[in-house]
Design a protein around this ligand. Structure first.
Ligand code: ASP
Length: 309
């Protein structure tokens, strides 16, 4: 029997930890507990980068991304760019359980949701609409709708795009790991843009035999290094969760140097099958995360990893 542990990105992940911890203590599977935790954040209208009430894309559409993974079987499911569905993490779980696929996107994801009893709902609140209208002109001026290749400033634009994802990793009493990642992506993103969060291996990876890892931050940089899979493989080869997260940040920094751009804000969390945790972020990300273990929930600050000079 393992001592349950749960870790979630950002201070707003505290509600996820507070929701998941008692479920883990009661012996519920890790996947159930972390999805319940993530759903509590999706429900929170004050969080403008996860679930409804988030900042829409450039056309004013709010599309959500999520994935889940079960460390025991490596079963996983994901949805991307899905509109009008309140709980994309729960939908991702259904993709895992009720479809032969791993990832369903856009209209297809919406149809799949409807077939499984989800309601179509209005994703905006008066506050989120007001924020979008107020910030949009300034954002568009900066971004000038220009495509990559990125200059150092382009990356900074992404950093400013109102983002942050909740990734929740859990270790159950039965010793199995589960994880979930759910987000609205970048505020003012290009229509159809998908970041790391619903991509198994980028935003999340979970394997009982090695550990679990999850990401937040500018998704393009996390995809480029396959961040979560990278961390899990580091743990598989003997690194602690902390060492593995720091190595992933070094890798992000190194790829940014090679591309001649400023390292973007990214952060990683990790949990191994023994219950040890790790977290790290690139410089100036100021990443904080929530941890629940031994009946306590605390907010911790991650170490920042700067580029090697
Ligand atoms: N990783 C998310 C994305 O790129 C955003 C974030 O976590 O800040 O869609």
């Amino acid at each position: 029997m393992a001592d349950p542990v749960v870790i979630a990105t950002w201070p707003f992940g505290k509600v996820a930890v507070e929701t998941a911890s008692p479920l883990l203590t009661a012996g519920r599977p890790a996947l159930d507990a972390v999805i319940a935790g993530a759903q509590a954040v999706e429900e929170d209208p004050t969080v403008h980068s996860v679930g409804f009430a988030s900042i829409p894309d450039r056309l004013g559409r709010l599309t959500l991304d999520a994935c889940v993974m079960d460390g025991r079987t490596l079963a996983c499911g994901a949805v991307a760019c899905v509109e009008h569905i309140r709980h994309p993490a729960a939908l991702a779980r259904l993709v895992m359980e009720k479809s032969p696929h791993v990832l369903i996107v856009g209209e297809g994801a919406k149809w799949f949701a409807l077939q499984n009893g989800f309601l179509l709902e209005m994703p905006h609140t008066p506050e989120s609409i007001r924020e979008w209208y107020e910030k949009r002109p300034e954002f568009l001026k900066k971004a000038a709708l220009r495509p990559p290749p990125a200059s150092p400033d382009d990356i900074n634009v992404a950093d400013e795009q109102n983002h942050d994802t909740v990734t929740v990793l859990g270790l159950g009493r039965d010793g199995h790991l589960g994880g979930v990642c759910t987000t609205s992506g970048l505020g003012f993103k290009w229509p159809g843009r998908v970041g790391d969060s619903p991509l198994i291996g980028s935003g999340l990876y979970v394997d009982d035999e090695a550990g679990a890892a999850g990401a937040t931050g500018v998704g393009e940089e996390i995809i480029r290094i396959n961040g979560s899979f990278f961390i899990v493989e580091q743990m598989r080869s003997g690194k602690t969760p902390q060492q593995a997260c720091e190595l992933a940040c070094q890798r992000v920094n190194a790829t940014s140097v090679r591309r001649g751009v400023h390292p973007a804000n990214v952060a990683f969390v990790a949990l191994n099958p023994q219950g040890a945790i790790g977290a790290a972020c690139t410089r100036r990300t100021q990443f904080r995360y929530a941890v629940g273990r031994g009946g306590k929930v605390e907010l911790l600050t991650a170490i920042e990893i700067g580029p090697r000079v």
